[in-house]
Ligand binder design. Structure first.
Ligand code: HEM
Length: 420
C-alpha cells in the first residue's frame, strides 16, 4: 500500500490514479475500513457510494428494482441530466419490464451454443492476425497488433458489419469509451468542448460518424433482413413499434463499445498476467483441459471493467450504511474480484479456481454481460493459437496504461517472443 494512504485520500474520479497503476491498495483500504464508502463530489449532494466488497456488489446487481439502471444510467459515475439521459438511452439503461423485452430479442444470438457456431471463423481470423504479427518479427506491440484486431472482427461477423468498416469502427469506439485519455479522445469528457456532443450516444463527438456508418446498414436490414444481430436490432419491436433512428444509433454504439475494448483488455491484461506467471503458460500447454477455468481466472485478475453505476430507487441499507433514494451507487467489479472474503489469496493466480464466480462480467443480475460467452471464446482461441506458436514471452518496455477509471487496460504492451 502507498505509505500513509487514508480514506481522506481516496478519489476514485481521479483517472490519473488508474493510469499510474491498478490501485489494489486503495480498494483494500476501502474493503477494510469503508466497504460502503461515500465519496463527496464538488457540489453539495453530488457525491456517490463506492461498493467494493464482492457480496455487496452482487447484492446491488441482483436487486435491480432497488438499484436501477433506468433512473439515471447504468455505467458512468457522472450524474446525467434527464434530457441527456433520454437522448442517449440504450437498452442497458433500462429496467424490467422494458429491459427484459429488449434483452430477450438478442439473447438467442449470444448463448454458448450460438456463439460456438462462430468458433471456426474466430479461429481463422485469430490465426491470420497472430501470423501476420509474428511475420513482422519477434518484437510486437501486443495491444495494437493482436488484441485490438480480433474482437472487432469477431463482433463484426456477429453484427453483420462488412470488413471494410471495421478499422474505422474500432477507432470511433475507442474515442467513445476512452474519453478521458488525451492520447485517444479527440474531445475530453467534461471539457467545455464536450458540451456540444452531450445529446449524442455516449456524449461523444465520434458518435456523428458512427451513426453515419451504422444507420444505412440498419435501414438496409429493414428491407432485406439477414440472420445477423443488426437485423435483430433493425427489426425488433418495442411497445409494438420499430425503433426510431436515435434508438438505432444508441444501441448500435452500445454493441460496438461493449464488445471491443473490454475483450481487447481481457486479452492484453490476461496475457500480461500469464507473462508474470510463466508456470501458468506451461500448465496450459501441458493440460489444455485447464482452459475453461484458466480463462475465467485471467478475467478475474484482469477485470477489464472497473465499475458500473446504479441509482437507488428507495431508501435502503448496505452493511448497515444508510443509502437514500436517488443516490448513486458505484459497484467496483475489479475490487470485488480481489475480495479476500470471496477469493482466498485473491492476488494469486489459481488456474483451477471455480469457473464463473467472478464479477468481471457482472454477477447474478439481469444485465449480466450479454457477450460473456463470445468474449471467453475469443480469449481462449487467442491464447491457444498464440501459445502454440511461441515459447517464452517477455515484456520489453513498461506497459502503458489507459487513463480511465472505467476501462482497466493497456494502450501499449511491448513484448518479445521466442519461437516455439
Ligand atoms: C472480456 C470482455 C468483456 C467484459 C469484461 C464485459 C463486461 C461487462 C460488464 C461488467 C457488464 C455489466 C454487467 C452488469 O451490469 O451486471 C456488461 C454488460 C454488457 N456487455 Fe459485456 N463485457 C465483455 C465483452 C462483451 C462482448 C464481446 C459483448 C458483445 C456484444 C458485450 C456486450 C455487452 C452488453 C450488450 C451488455 C449490457 C447487457 C444488459 O444490460 O443487459 N460484452 N459487460
Amino acid at each position: 500500500m502507498a505509505a500513509g494512504l487514508t480514506l481522506a485520500d481516496v478519489d476514485l474520479l481521479d483517472h490519473d490514479l488508474f493510469a499510474e497503476r491498478e490501485p489494489w491498495d486503495v480498494f483494500e483500504l476501502l474493503q477494510r475500513e469503508a466497504p460502503v464508502h461515500w465519496q463527496a463530489g464538488p457540489e453539495p449532494g453530488d457525491g456517490f457510494w463506492n461498493v467494493t466488497r464482492y457480496d455487496d456488489v452482487v447484492h446491488v446487481l441482483k436487486n435491480a428494482r432497488l438499484f436501477s439502471s433506468e433512473a439515471n444510467g447504468a455505467a458512468q459515475i457522472e450524474w446525467m441530466e434527464p434530457d441527456v439521459l433520454e437522448a442517449r438511452r440504450n437498452f442497458m439503461e433500462t429496467d424490467a419490464p422494458r429491459h427484459t423485452a429488449w434483452r430477450r430479442q438478442f439473447a438467442r444470438d449470444f448463448t454458448p451454443r450460438a456463439v460456438a457456431a462462430y468458433e471456426d471463423t474466430i479461429r481463422r481470423l485469430t490465426v491470420q492476425t497472430i501470423d501476420a504479427a509474428l511475420a513482422r518479427g519477434d518484437e510486437l506491440e501486443f495491444v495494437h497488433d493482436i488484441a485490438a484486431v480480433i474482437p472487432i472482427r469477431a463482433l463484426g461477423h456477429m453484427l453483420g458489419v462488412p470488413e471494410e468498416h471495421l478499422d474505422r469502427l474500432v477507432a470511433l469506439g475507442d474515442r467513445m469509451i476512452i474519453d478521458t485519455d488525451p492520447e485517444i479522445a479527440h474531445v475530453l469528457a467534461g471539457s467545455p468542448e464536450a458540451e456540444e456532443f452531450k445529446y449524442l450516444p455516449f456524449g461523444s463527438e465520434a458518435a456523428v460518424e458512427m451513426s453515419a456508418l451504422g444507420r444505412p446498414m440498419l435501414h438496409a436490414r429493414r428491407t432485406k433482413p439477414t440472420d445477423d444481430v443488426l437485423s435483430i436490432l433493425a427489426n425488433m419491436r418495442i411497445d409494438d413499434a420499430l425503433l426510431d433512428d436515435v434508438a438505432l444509433d444508441n444501441n448500435f454504439a452500445l454493441f460496438v463499445v461493449a464488445g471491443n475494448e473490454t475483450t481487447r483488455q481481457g486479452m492484453a491484461l490476461g496475457l500480461l498476467q500469464l507473462i508474470e506467471n510463466p508456470w501458468a503458460m506451461d500448465a496450459l500447454r501441458a493440460d489444455p483441459a485447464l482452459y475453461p477455468t484458466a480463462v475465467d481466472e485471467l478475467l478475474r485478475l484482469a477485470s477489464p471493467v472497473w465499475h458500473f453505476r446504479r441509482t437507488a430507487t428507495a431508501d435502503t441499507e448496505i452493511r448497515g450504511v444508510r443509502i437514500a433514494a436517488g443516490q448513486r451507487v458505484v459497484v467496483w467489479f475489479a475490487a470485488a474480484n480481489r475480495d479476500p472474503d470471496a477469493f482466498a489469496d485473491p492476488h494469486r493466480m489459481v488456474l483451477t479456481r471455480k469457473r464463473d464466480e467472478h464479477a468481471a462480467f457482472g454477477r447474478g443480475g439481469p444485465h449480466f454481460c450479454l457477450g460473456a460467452h463470445l468474449a471467453r471464446l475469443e480469449l481462449t482461441v487467442m491464447l491457444q493459437e498464440l501459445l502454440a506458436r511461441v515459447g517464452r514471452i517477455e515484456v520489453i518496455a513498461p506497459p502503458r496504461r489507459l487513463r480511465s477509471n472505467f476501462t482497466n487496460g493497456l494502450k501499449e504492451l511491448r513484448i518479445r517472443v521466442e519461437r516455439a
